[in-house]
Design a protein around this ligand. Structure first.
Ligand SMILES: Cc1cc2nc3c(=O)[nH]c(=O)nc-3n(C[C@H](O)[C@H](O)[C@H](O)COP(=O)(O)OP(=O)(O)OC[C@H]3O[C@@H](n4cnc5c(N)ncnc54)[C@H](O)[C@@H]3O)c2cc1C
Length: 396
């Protein structure tokens, strides 16, 4: 039997559930089809940061401001704290070269409305007394925040279901076609069929494979990230932390920065956040290893060594778990959001790489506006799936 809906969302990660929630809120009959179980993708194996300081002035930073406001309102709307917290964040600077790049970047971000500043060594150490002595300065923004991805996903699903949304697990989508009426007919591995005039491809790192099912090109590469989780410990500083090194190499690709071969191979960058449960998430790697989402001894050892070199007291702390997830990465580093030319009614909302938790609410809201009101604002043009060549195959 074919089940009919207004919108079929493929992928039940934080992006698919956010899209499903906002579409349902606007009165659409929605089913979310997820190939695995709850939180099976990157959204169940990641950090929790709503991070501003990593973002260049432009669309991602603009959307992050809007997403933060939505998170604040979702706390009431979804009737849960969502692990939302606002400890602020600091980017740790090791040498003069990094300082020069970060000073320029902070100025650009400030002119775009981000509350961020450079702290002297003394001011930095006041907020972070356990840091290694070698750090010469840091940035500080009180805006960097966080939300617990499991809680956000769980509450999107719960509230969505209360309003009529269906979430079907263990249902990998294996076929998508248009039928004679112009509707989409989607088939799962269990041979279940779903019909709707709209489909949203929210399959994260697998979005390219899903697009392929209907002859579309969405270039998406999985980028593995490994992190470790510590036991509960007392707070070791006032804010969450990142290293400037990775950011600086992204901002000035040619810059000479001392990195070991292992750091380069693993794409290692320091990130530390305190969870609602008083443990710390410490990461992470950025590796192109296909769809392999296993943790590795090399990755975990490198994360631990790096963490102890940043905050020596961590050598006496136990870690209780290591996890790995696949960030959905696009060639130009921007997410894909919008309707595909030539396949009316087919939308993609994927490719957030390291920003999917930050940008989940705003992605869902904008996607729902596009589907429900046929409205896409001009500033989103640069995120359109149609920016990729050979996209415009006509599908009848
Ligand atoms: C180590 C690490 C740290 C990170 N830290 C942060 C952070 O601090 N802040 C931040 O903003 N972001 C962070 N990210 C990035 C963030 O996790 C991702 O951007 C986000 O989770 C992507 O969400 P998604 O819903 O697009 O993908 P996913 O969560 O991967 O969901 C996609 C879903 O689609 C399903 N699927 C695939 N194919 C099919 C199919 N054929 N049929 C049905 N379902 C299908 C998959 O099973 C999966 O559940 C981090 C990521 C990692 C790995």
């Amino acid at each position: 039997m074919v089940q009919s809906y207004d919108v079929l969302v493929i992928g039940g990660g934080i992006i698919g559930l956010s899209c499903g929630y906002y579409l349902t809120k606007q009165g659409k009959r929605v089913v979310v089809l997820e190939s695995g179980g709850f939180a099976d993708g990157a959204s169940g194996a990641c950090d929790d940061m709503i991070l501003f300081q990593s973002k260049k002035p432009g669309i991602n930073l603009e959307l992050a401001f809007e997403s933060l406001e939505l998170y604040k309102s979702l706390v009431g709307e979804l009737e849960d704290s969502l692990g939302f917290a606002n400890y602020g964040g600091m980017v740790l600077i090791e040498n003069e070269r990094e300082l020069e790049v970060m000073e320029e970047f902070v100025m650009q971000q400030r002119s775009y409305g981000l509350d961020v500043e450079i702290l002297t060594k003394a001011a930095m150490r006041k907020k972070q007394p356990f840091l290694h002595e070698r750090f010469i300065a840091s940035t500080y923004s009180p805006m960097d925040s966080q939300a617990y991805p499991f809680a956000v996903m769980h509450k999107f699903a719960r509230k969505g279901r209360q309003m009529g949304m269906q979430v079907v697990h263990k249902s990998p989508v294996v076929g998508i076609q248009k039928d004679g009426t112009g509707d989409f007919l989607v088939t799962t591995a269990q041979n279940m069929q779903y019909r709707a005039p709209h489909v949203v491809n929210a399959a994260g790192a697998w979005a390219g494979k899903v697009a392929d099912l209907i002859g579309l090109n969405v270039p998406m590469e999985p980028r593995r990230g490994q992190i470790i989780i510590t036991e509960k410990i007392p707070a070791i500083g006032e804010t969450n932390l990142w290293s400037a090194k990775y950011l600086v190499t992204k901002l000035k690709p040619g810059i000479q920065i001392d990195s070991t071969e292992e750091e380069k191979r693993l794409g290692l960058a320091f990130a530390l956040t305190r969870t609602e449960g008083d443990s710390y998430l410490i990461g992470s790697t950025r590796e192109f290893v296909g769809y392999d989402k296993r943790t590795t001894m090399e990755g975990i050892r490198a994360i631990i060594n790096q963490a102890v070199s940043f905050i020596p007291v961590l050598k006496d702390v136990n870690f209780i778990r290591a996890i790995a997830g696949l960030r959905p990465a696009t060639p130009d580093g921007k997410m894909v959001l919008g309707e595909h030319a030539g396949v009316s009614g087919f939308f993609t909302a994927a490719g957030h790489e390291g920003d999917g938790i930050s940008l989940a609410p705003i992605t869902g809201k904008l996607l729902a506006d596009m589907v429900c009101e046929g409205r896409s604002d001009a500033r989103l043009e640069e995120l359109s799936p149609n920016r990729f060549a050979s996209n415009a195959k006509e599908v009848s």
